[in-house]
Design a protein around this ligand. Structure first.
Ligand SMILES: NC(=O)c1ccc[n+]([C@@H]2O[C@H](COP(=O)([O-])OP(=O)(O)OC[C@H]3O[C@@H](n4cnc5c(N)ncnc54)[C@H](O)[C@@H]3O)[C@@H](O)[C@H]2O)c1
Length: 378
């Protein structure tokens, strides 16, 4: 093994690839050298922009001189492609959400374990320095036992939302709408902070008149964690402001406010004796910048960490099993929307054992409030 990792990419589509590239621009351990995409035009464009060697056949790409593959394809393809990469003996990092069902996640875990390669889901919220700071503050007990939380992500609707032929936000290829696409970031982050979810209640709505194959663009999810904390997750793909996120956690010894739009993204109020500042809000200096900077920063750290795991032969701390739990919360939210009531993780597991979790994605359109008739977007 040399002192850097040679990455190839599968899927040279949207802006997300650019952020990975920009985030690792000055990292000598990460080199993106080649790419494969079924769309030759998109591949040619990315190859020119990023100086990648383009491959028109997956087999040739997988046999080429690469150490690892970054998978950036539609959600329903994550499992098949990750499995193909693992069987070719290459390390693999795959964009979120891990997959659209728990069964696909299981197959990915089994195949990557069997192949003995490194496997990590590219959940950039796990690698954002502001979130790392919060995790550390929670572990050090600075806000005590968390009992209440609120999180928000809002994003402008992209043109993909209105394109009936585009896979994203569809039930069949995207694994659902905003809950699957954006909610999974929140669920994975909150599980990391608070542990396992006990139960959820979710409302879905379409505020945009998107095609019928597209899922909800807006949702509220109430989560109850096994630790007792209750948290609201508000997410939308139709808000009118640049992409942003907020998180608020309240505990028995203090509070954390986080806002991706702030220059100093975290405010901590702590009464803990070991806290750096006690009894008043404190905003530490943390590497950060509003969108698109926090994308570049978080993806840069994520890809650097994955390369380090390969070079130093370490198991990634963010495990595929944890990423799978993020998908489980997506499916739990959808199940609750279908049930029209609070639904427990045990109920989800019953479905997983009996008919399989794909069944949860069927009929979601019928339980989604059609709110667009009340709204004037002109
Ligand atoms: N971390 C984040 O914040 C973030 C942001 C945006 C997207 N993403 C994730 O990145 C992934 C890709 O999303 P996107 O927006 O770039 O999608 P996209 O549709 O813009 O691009 C997908 C690309 O995959 C290619 N493709 C489709 N089928 C293929 C196949 N069988 N083999 C090879 N290539 C194939 C398409 O031609 C296209 O170029 C998704 O998992 C998405 O959720 C993550």
């Amino acid at each position: 093994m040399s002192d850097f990792v040679k990455f190839g990419i599968i899927g040279a589509g949207s802006a997300v690839w650019r952020y990975h590239k920009l985030g690792t621009k000055n990292n000598p351990q990460v080199k993106f050298i080649s790419g494969y995409d079924i769309n030759e035009k998109k591949l040619a464009k990315a190859a020119k922009y990023s100086k990648l060697e383009p491959f028109s056949k997956l087999d040739d790409f997988l046999k080429s001189d690469i150490d690892a593959v970054m998978v950036l394809v539609p959600h329903y393809l994550h499992s098949d492609i990750v499995i193909a990469v693992a069987e070719a003996g290459k390390h693999v990092i795959c964009e979120k959400p891990m997959a659209t069902t728990l069964e696909e996640c299981d197959e990915m875990i089994a195949a990557t374990k069997k192949a003995g390669i490194k496997f990590m889901i590219a959940e950039n919220h796990r690698f954002l320095p502001a979130h790392q700071f919060i995790k550390d503050a929670l572990e050090r007990g600075f806000i005590g036992d968390v009992f209440l939380g609120r999180t928000y992500e809002g994003a402008y609707a992209s043109s993909q939302f209105f394109d009936i032929n585009d896979w994203s936000f569809t039930y069949s290829k995207g694994g659902g709408g905003v809950v699957s696409d954006q909610g999974v970031h929140k669920f994975t982050m909150l599980n990391w902070f608070l542990g396992e979810v006990d139960s959820a209640q979710c409302w879905l709505s379409k505020t945009l008149k998107s095609p019928p194959n597209k899922g909800e663009d807006t949702a509220i999810i109430l989560l109850r964690y096994k630790c007792g904390a209750t948290v609201t997750v508000d997410i939308s793909s139709s808000t009118v402001h640049p992409l942003t996120n907020k998180t608020e956690l309240h505990g028995t010894k203090g509070t954390i406010f986080e806002d991706h739009d702030w220059e100093r993204p975290v405010k901590l109020f702590s009464s803990h004796p070991e806290a750096e500042v006690k009894g008043e809000f404190y905003s530490p200096k943390i590497e950060h910048g509003p969108f698109p900077d926090y994308y570049k920063i978080s993806m840069g750290h994520e890809d650097a960490y994955f390369a380090e795991c390969i070079l130093e032969d370490k198991k990634p701390e963010f495990t595929p099993e944890e990423a799978r739990q993020g998908v489980a919360v997506v499916l739990l939210a959808y199940l609750s929307a279908k049930n029209g009531r609070m639904t427990s993780m045990d109920e989800l597991m019953e479905i997983y054992k009996k008919e399989g979790t794909r069944s949860i994605l069927e009929g979601l359109g019928e339980v989604t409030q059609k709110n667009y008739e009340n709204l004037n977007w002109d």
